[in-house]
Design a protein. Structure first.
Length: 72
């Protein structure tokens, strides 16, 4: 199941995640946004190694799902 994850980070240029299941990472100001379709437990363990102040996990928009499957 694909989720849209947005992290609010004080220094976004230092935060990029290398984990299977993460696609379309983009920095927007203080936010790092990406689609995730992997094991949520692995993601949470990876996030323990990074400093962030907020996290939002939500269902992706129809456009995000479409782009994920058709941009390949």
């Amino acid at each position: 199941k694909i989720k849209t994850i947005t992290l609010t980070h004080p220094q976004p240029e230092g935060l990029y995640l290398q984990l299977e299941g993460i696609v379309n990472q983009e920095v927007m100001g203080e936010h790092l946004k990406f689609l995730f379709s992997g094991d949520i437990q692995m993601l949470l363990r990876e996030l323990q190694n990074h400093e962030f102040v907020d996290i939002l996990i939500e269902e992706p928009s129809l456009e995000e799902v479409f782009m994920h499957y058709y941009e390949r």
